[in-house]
Design a protein around this ligand. Structure first.
Ligand code: GLU
Length: 510
């Protein structure tokens, strides 16, 4: 299989919104495909109609789009190997179930739910912890291996309910090489006779997954660790079908763990610790419950991808910031670890901060605009850009610039109480008044001149920084801390600064 075209698929079941773990699986598939000049497919695995959640497929498509992963082929875009929804492929699977029945690798089972329960109870009572339908127990059940051929024919002709089970061979080592885990070997005595097909014509995940990977010519199966136990069955199915030479290579990704490393990251952890686990907002169609997503919280898709890429993979260098193109160039499955990857929300914010800083003032101004408009705040584009340039080092999200720098867009209406209490002394009004006289006389109101004026004022008056700056700052911004006052004052302009000082002197009473 040298030179096989790389074709990978992301194959979610539409049972709810995409969790971070799911998006990471999609991302690794996407990066791998693009790195090798191959195709990234989206296949919707909706054979289990009982778990179908309306809106989930659209959610997946939308989330992948937001992340910047382009689907080459599959649900929502089409292609030559469709349909790409398993429910729409339903008529294709019967033939494959029949192939396995004919070759003796599968059999019909007619057991009722009650009979199955009875078998499990009986074996449990006999001391078996987890009884299964397998090579040992199947001989005591109602299936085409135990019933006569006539009886089977009769039941099928009478449209009796049945399922098709795989006939797991006894005591065989199934071995395959996982790109991430190396050789994996499982004895078939530990595997059960999984259901492959039901009399309603619907395949189960296992059959549909293998048949579709074959029909869609998938070269690599990159998926979560929770599917590793199913892989030996899939390997056997490739053999039974006679497709071993085109079997995809497997790569089972490590789990994403909670921040404390204790177990798999869940929505509950996100709710408890205050971070999203979904890429975009999700509204549960049944309960109406809203879950927040990274997009709506103001994260950049690039920062989100960058963070996700590092949950299980590392480039082997100290470089941490990678845009999508760089991730594609650098990514390799060989550098994905086996151990679970701890999610770190602070690190996620750090990534966003770094991405925010990469934008220039103009870009940030455009991003900030909707937030200003939402609060009926107005300013010239150039002014907003200058504010953004000044404030971006202190922001994690673009909206932080407004949160922390509201005073750039409207005069303070209140003054930080702590600062007033600690720093607004009896002599402060006189000091600030004197300073404002000097500022008024400045021929040029740029940051440097303001700084020089301030400094010479301190020297002339023999005052310490702490006796003047907090009063100056709180008068102009209403706050006790922030960016350099020279920059802030220069941006606001002389008139506005003097006006604000005047208002403050009239308002602040101790
Ligand atoms: N439908 C499975 C899921 O929801 C796909 C597993 C696989 O990629 O084989 O994750």
């Amino acid at each position: 299989m040298e030179n096989r075209r790389v074709r990978v698929r992301f194959a979610p079941s539409p049972t709810g919104p995409l969790h971070m773990g799911g998006v990471r699986t999609a991302l690794y598939n996407y990066l791998f495909a693009k790195k090798h000049g191959g195709d990234f497919l989206l296949r919707i695995e909706d054979t289990d109609q009982t778990r179908f959640v309306p809106g989930a497929e659209d959610y997946v498509v939308d989330a992948l789009k937001w992340c910047g992963m382009t689907i080459d082929e599959g649900a929502s875009v089409g292609g030559d190997n469709g349909p790409y929804r398993q429910s729409e492929r339903k008529p294709m699977y019967r033939k494959y179930a029949e192939m396995l029945l004919e070759s003796g690798h599968a059999y019909y089972a007619f057991d009722t739910p009650e009979e199955l329960t009875e078998m499990r109870e009986r074996l449990k009572a006999a001391g078996m912890a987890a009884p299964q339908y397998n090579a040992v127990t199947r001989s005591g059940m109602k299936n085409s291996l135990t019933l006569s051929a006539e009886e089977v024919e009769k039941r099928l002709a009478a449209d009796d309910k049945y399922i098709v089970r795989v006939k797991m061979p006894r005591n065989e080592e199934v071995k395959f090489q996982d790109i991430i885990r190396g050789w994996v070997s499982v004895n078939t005595n530990n595997l059960d006779d999984k259901v492959l097909f039901k009399s309603d014509g619907m395949p189960t995940y296992h059959l549909a997954n293998v048949v579709d990977d074959y029909l869609m010519n998938i070269s690599h199966v990159i998926r979560g660790e929770e599917w590793l136990p199913s892989a030996p069955l899939h390997v056997l199915l490739y053999r039974f079908f006679g497709w071993a030479d085109v079997m995809p290579q497997f790569a089972h990704l490590p789990l994403i763990l909670r921040p404390d490393g204790n177990g798999k990251l869940s929505k509950r952890d996100g709710d408890r610790l205050g971070f999203p686990v979904f890429p975009t907002n999700w509204k549960n169609p049944e309960t109406g419950e809203q879950s927040s997503g990274y997009r709506e919280r103001g994260y950049y898709p690039g920062a989100f991808n960058n963070m996700l890429a590092f949950l299980g993979w590392n480039p082997g260098t100290t470089q941490e910031l990678f845009n999508m193109e760089e991730l594609i160039q650098t990514f390799s499955l060989e550098r994905v670890g086996k151990a679970g990857a701890k999610f770190d929300f602070d690190k996620t914010n750090w990534f966003n901060q770094q991405y925010l800083r990469m934008h220039n003032g103009d870009d940030l101004a455009a991003q900030l605009k909707p937030y200003l408009e939402a609060e009926n705040l107005e300013a010239e584009q150039e002014y907003i850009a200058q504010v953004c340039d000044l404030m971006k080092e202190r922001a994690t999200f673009v909206q932080d610039i407004l949160k922390e720098g509201r005073y750039f867009f409207e005069a303070p209406t209140s003054y930080d109480e702590k600062t007033i209490k600690k720093k607004w002394k009896e002599q402060t009004p006189a000091i600030i008044t004197e300073l404002s006289v000097l500022l008024k006389e400045l021929p040029s109101f740029d940051a440097e001149s303001i700084g020089a004026c301030f400094k010479s004022f301190l020297e002339a008056k023999e005052l310490g920084f702490g006796a003047v700056m907090p009063g100056f700052r709180v008068s102009v911004t209403g706050l006790g801390a922030g960016a350099s006052m020279n920059d802030i004052a220069a941006l606001l302009g002389k008139e506005e600064v003097l006006r604000r000082i005047e208002v403050a002197l009239n308002t602040i009473k101790k």
